[in-house]
Design a protein. Structure first.
Length: 94
């Protein structure tokens, strides 16, 4: 199951992010799927970005050839970047 969805489009791709939930409706982390808009191919499919029961508020924006994915855990804000020049590579969490 999923909740807190968001998406952004740019550079010929659409990135979907959401908070993943298990069958008991408990949060399990933040996942994403990246779709090539020209072919419909999922370059990343249900990829886990962070595994945690307390992660929340995933958001994604596209700017200058990159998707910036943010999410919160506790009082910390985390970010990962996916460049359209390397769309199957998810940058390290910062």
């Amino acid at each position: 199951m999923q909740d807190e969805p968001d998406c952004a489009t740019g550079g010929g791709y659409t990135l979907y992010v959401w908070r993943e939930k298990d069958s008991a409706n408990a949060a399990t982390g933040v996942n994403c799927t990246l779709v090539d808009e020209a072919t419909g191919t999922q370059l990343l499919s249900n990829s886990a970005l962070r595994t945690s029961a307390t992660v929340q508020s995933p958001r994604v924006v596209f700017n200058n050839g990159a998707f910036f994915i943010t999410y919160v855990q506790g009082t910390s804000l985390y970010c990962r970047v996916i460049l359209t020049s390397a769309p199957t590579t998810v940058g390290a969490e910062v």
